[in-house]
Design a protein around this ligand. Structure first.
Ligand code: GFB
Length: 313
């Protein structure tokens, strides 16, 4: 069990995921959290990562650093998504092992599952079919991270666990319209359309794909729960267990934002995976469940966007 004085390294503490975990640990009374910005420590640099671990010797590691983005970013920067993520994972996981870290949590994504995995997708469905094209490089890198943890556990007895969150949203999301995920993009698009009295908002694809959305504070709560309660080799899904179509998401966000124009579907843009709903029975059977509903999460996130717009755009 992690205790408040233990030294915890959060890799990626400025991103949406890492910053939520940082907030959660601080709220739980942790006072010895180690962080580095990407400028201070380039996680793709093997030697720099080795020196960092030799110097800091953290007790626990949460690996939330990654190159991430929405469907368009994944599909455009394909080489960077596979290279950057594999390098970060290999360096951090290997040096955590070498420096005797007591436990590490690696964070992946629901896109690790095959494009046509049975729904809802449970942990057994990994590597049971082909991946979806737009995010194959990212998914391959994340699967490599899972396999690093599993095999460091097998060969070295390292307590390195993995969690796979579904699509996330919340404070510190990326609001750049080219590289963001759908949730942040739609918050921004509807807000700007309302401010500028635009007659319609463009939604990429057909609006028919289904996605599951989890507030990042719920995800951080689940990560804390797993760090304190789970030492298994198999990774664990984190989600809500329910999903909506992109059209339904758009309609709910537009209602919260108070925009009254039209939706315009741009079918020249990709839909990506038709559906990726997590089977969350494993984590729920351990005693964890999400708390923030989608509607409440949209309200909170829109307020956070409005309050911090100068930082976000
Ligand atoms: O969130 P998103 O970019 O990523 O897109 P994925 C989800 C769906 O929303 C797709 C549609 O069908 C998009 O075409 N969409 C509609 C939009 N309007 C927009 C918009 O304005 N911006 C964006 N970005 N999408 C990513 C993966 O997949 O999800 C990553 O590429 C990762 O690897 C992440 O797994 C969680 O859910 O399709």
């Amino acid at each position: 069990m992690m205790k408040p004085n233990d030294k915890i390294y959060i890799a990626g503490h400025r991103g949406m995921v890492g910053s939520a975990i940082h907030r959660k640990l601080k709220a739980e009374g942790f006072n010895n959290i180690v962080t580095r910005t990407s400028r201070e420590l380039n996680l793709k640099d093997q030697k720099a990562v080795q020196e960092f671990f030799e110097q800091e010797k953290p007790d626990y590691v949460i690996l939330a650093a990654a190159k991430v983005g929405g469907i368009q970013a994944n599909n455009t920067y394909r080489a960077e998504f596979i290279y950057d993520n594999i390098m970060i994972e290999a360096n951090v996981i290997h040096q955590a092992y070498r420096s005797g870290v007591k436990k590490l949590l690696f964070l992946g994504s629901s896109c690790i599952y095959p494009k046509h995995a049975p729904q809802p997708m449970n942990e057994e469905h990994l590597l049971s079919g082909s991946l979806e094209h737009t995010n194959e490089p990212y998914a391959i890198a994340k699967i490599a991270g899972i396999k690093l943890c599993e095999n460091y556990m097998d060969q070295y007895g390292a307590n390195f666990i993995s969690a796979m969150p579904t699509n996330l949203y919340g404070p510190n999301d990326n609001y750049d319209l080219e590289t963001s995920h759908v949730f942040a993009a739609l918050i921004r698009k509807f807000h700007e359309a309302k401010e500028q009295n635009k007659p319609s908002v463009e939604i990429w694809g057909t609006g028919k794909p289904m996605r599951e959305f989890l507030h990042v504070d719920d995800m951080a709560d689940a990560c804390y729960f797993l760090m304190q309660n789970y030492d298994g080799k198999q990774f664990v899904n984190i989600g809500t267990g329910t999903d909506v179509t992109i059209k339904e998401l758009a309609e709910t966000i537009m209602e919260v934002v108070g925009y009254q124009g039209e939706l315009r579907f741009n079918t020249d843009m990709p839909d990506g995976t038709p559906r990726k709903l997590m089977d969350v029975s494993k984590i729920e059977s351990m005693g964890w469940k999400h708390k923030i509903s989608l509607k409440e999460g949209i309200r909170q996130t829109y307020q956070n966007f409005v309050d911090n717009m100068d930082q976000y755009i």
